[in-house]
Design a protein around this ligand. Structure first.
Ligand code: ADP
Ligand code: MG
Length: 690
């Protein structure tokens, strides 16, 4: 329920004086439908009006003059401006209007009177002009001209100044509200109260006041971020109330763990603790497991699946391609077997009697774990007691596909896995619906990958080095990105590259590309994995997750055209065995500063989370459209990059508050409810993230 004190802010903008049927839709387009929305549009610029004389007028500046009206020059033809000549003792000033009939101007500027006029100066040779002056007042009313004026968005029919007037009216309606922020936190940041912050935001005195770093702006941004985090966490708490089977670690889990040839990393242990807390809660889990390629997500998934089996339930692991599913199965099956569990692999290849037998094993519960592809969620697949769905490379599946798998049981827990680390900021704003575990620590013994950026002109040198390495038994990936407008041309380029390499290296070279039928692609990949091919040329991203430990060299052409995350993932294909690995980023010189900085990040770091953060920072605010398209919330005060630290703090704050006071019943809780209502980040709002 919205508290009464907020009613004036939630009144339709039409209730403001001067907002009629014509203006209302314009305000609505620029700000929103209610009074509050006007307050949430920060000025994006400011006009400083300097008082000066005609002789000293500067072209392009907004300036103010005190003049005597001298003469009206009415237009004789259409298209000629209405002109008024005035002077101030240092020179003539021409005031001009297009499409204006003389009456109003004539009345406002009688010949012989003194006027203070203000507007943007245009100089044409010796002639000084103000076109459509902003102000024309008698000297005794000159103080009505603000020396500094915030600039707002404008549109045909609604000027920035009209908008500003509306903002000022809205400000008058803004009540004092009981402080919802922590007092110590406010003091530490030197932030004003909410009401004061708004007043300051809309009365900037210098460029500094417009910056995202201005205290008033930061305070309001923090309010917004906190409101959003509260809304997301509350929604998560509500959603978490879907009942689900209680799963506990048991004998099977212990047996799987004992069968592992290594100890879990600290990050894997933390992830397991988080997952087990969810699985044992009696409520359905929705958790994202984020970790670089090679960070050891599979083991975590297997242990969770063993928990399901220990508790008398089944689990399914779904991978986006057949080859990935098979690789998972081959690794998982021995672990399951050593715990006395039965797993099976189900893909589109299963036909006839073989398939029937597998379906029967899932239906009667004799198989506890299913690994597979899209084949898993087909209608004929029935589980006796599915309790856990694991989805590898979750972004390769649609929401519906994940859901269809989850619907094969009652309250099926979901563990999504992603090898694309995203910045914390995005995680907090985008995956508000999921709990996130991060594997931010690699299993020990991983050798660093030497990364070099080399101009394409030196491709011959690279090929020669490749030749030596391949003769010594190494294997390499060679990635040709999508460059040309047409896929046909791209394919031709990749084929030419493969042919050239065949000639230069006298080694078996394979080619995979996007338009290849699945089985054919799999056949080439399998041949590469078996060591029958020395080089694998690929047009599209090599199947994420495929493991070929003997491949130690990764060459990426046109590296500057890839996203950092993608480059990082590609590089993750190598460095999986005991050999030294290297990654060569070929680029077309010259590189832009940003492109250079991006490749440098990659040379200096192998930590996917760090790379994601740097990529995010390097992109600056430039990709906000892209962010919006990717479901980024439509913040009005907060900027996800400039206010990153505020976002992290708001997320902590929200978690702490709701941890202590889930219903927001304490004194601060009640005040925070007002904040929530003020921003109204509701699940049903279109710009609230899903
Ligand atoms: P991801 O799926 O995250 O890319 P995987 O689960 O395929 O990573 O693990 C990569 C490799 O690391 C596998 O060979 C796996 O057996 C190994 N591995 C996983 N966890 C550990 C660990 N704690 N210590 C040593 N090796 C590990
Ligand atoms: Mg994996």
């Amino acid at each position: 329920m919205r508290p009464e004190i907020l009613f004036p802010l939630f009144a339709p903008i039409g209730t403001l004086k001067g907002v009629g049927a014509k203006v209302a839709p314009l305000v609505e387009r620029l700000a929103g439908p209610i009074v509050r929305d006007l307050l949430f549009v920060p000025p994006h610029n400011l006009i400083v009006r300097e008082r000066t004389t005609v002789a000293q007028a500067r072209d392009g500046e907004v300036q103010t003059f005190e003049v005597t009206i001298d003469q009206h020059q009415k237009p004789r033809k259409i298209g000629v401006p209405y002109k008024v000549r005035a002077f101030d003792g240092t020179g003539f000033l021409h005031l001009t209007w297009f499409r204006t009939y003389g009456d109003t101007v004539e009345r406002a500027l009688p010949v012989g009177t003194q006027r203070v006029v203000s507007g943007k100066v245009e100089r044409f040779g010796a002639e000084v002009q103000l076109a459509h002056p902003d102000y024309m007042l008698p000297p005794e009313r000159a103080d009505e001209i603000p020396p500094v004026e915030p600039v707002y968005p404008a549109t045909a029919g609604l000027s920035s100044r009209q908008f500003r007037r509306l903002v000022q009216m809205a400000l008058e309606k803004a009540p004092e509200l009981l402080e919802w922020q922590d007092g110590a936190w406010l003091d530490r940041n030197n932030w004003p109260s909410w009401r004061e912050a708004l007043a300051t935001l809309h009365a900037p005195e210098s460029e500094l006041d417009l910056s995202l770093d201005a205290p008033a702006r930061k305070r309001l941004a923090y309010d917004e971020l906190l409101a959003h985090q509260l809304a997301m966490i509350r929604r998560k708490l509500e959603r978490g109330h879907v009942p689900a089977p209680v799963l506990h670690a048991g004998e099977r889990s212990a047996a799987v763990k004992a069968a592992l040839p290594f100890r879990l990393t600290g990050a894997q242990q933390r992830a397991m603790t988080e997952i087990r807390a969810d699985l044992g809660s009696g409520h359905r889990m929705s958790r994202l497991l984020q970790g670089d390629v090679g960070s050891g997500k599979t083991v975590v998934a297997v242990l969770a699946m063993a928990d399901a089996a220990s508790s008398g339930f089944q689990a399914a692991l779904m991978a986006p391609t057949e080859i990935l599913a098979r690789q998972h199965f081959e690794r998982i099956e021995p672990l399951l077997a050593s715990a006395g569990l039965t797993g099976l692999l189900l893909t589109g290849r299963d036909k006839g009697a073989g398939r029937k037998a597998k379906l029967a094993a899932l239906a009667d519960g004799s198989a506890q774990v299913a690994v597979g592809t899209h084949a898993l969620f087909q209608d004929e697949v029935v589980f006796k007691a599915l309790a856990l769905a694991v989805v590898d490379e979750q972004h390769r599946f649609g929401v519906n596909e994940r859901r269809r798998l989850q619907e094969k049981g009652a309250g099926v827990h979901l563990l999504s896995m992603s090898a694309t680390p995203i910045p914390r900021t995005l995680e907090l704003t985008q995956y508000g619906d999921l709990d996130v575990s991060r594997l931010d620590e690699k299993p020990p013994g991983r050798k660093p990958i030497t990364t070099a950026a080399v101009p394409t002109a030196r491709i011959g040198e690279i090929a020669a080095r490749l030749d030596t390495a391949v003769k010594a038994g190494a294997q390499a990936y060679w990635i040709c990105p999508l460059v040309a407008e047409s896929e046909v041309a791209d394919l031709a380029a990749a084929e030419a590259r493969a042919a050239a390499l065949r000639e230069m290296l006298a080694a078996p070279v394979g080619l995979v590309h996007g338009q290849m039928p699945g089985p054919e692609k799999d056949a080439v990949m399998t041949a590469f994995a078996a060591g029958e091919l020395s080089i694998l040329v690929a047009t599209t991203v090599v199947e994420v997750g495929v493991d070929v430990p003997n491949a130690t060299i990764m060459v990426i052409e046109h590296a500057e055209r890839f996203g950092l995350a993608q480059l990082h993932q590609l590089r993750g294909r190598v460095g999986r065995g005991s050999g030294e690995s290297s990654c060569i980023l070929l680029y077309d010189a010259p590189l832009s500063e940003t492109a250079k900085a991006r490749l440098d990040v990659l040379r200096q770091s192998e930590d996917g989370f760090q790379i994601a953060e740097e990529d995010w920072r390097l992109r600056g605010g430039g990709d906000l459209l892209g962010l919006k398209q990717s479901g980024f919330p439509d913040y009005r005060m907060a900027d996800p990059i400039a206010h990153r630290d505020l976002l992290l703090a708001a997320a902590d704050d929200a978690r702490l508050v709701l941890g202590r006071d889930p219903e927001l019943k304490s004194e601060r809780g009640r005040r925070l409810r007002v904040l929530s209502e003020l921003f109204d980040w509701r699940a049903d709002r279109s710009n609230a993230p899903a």
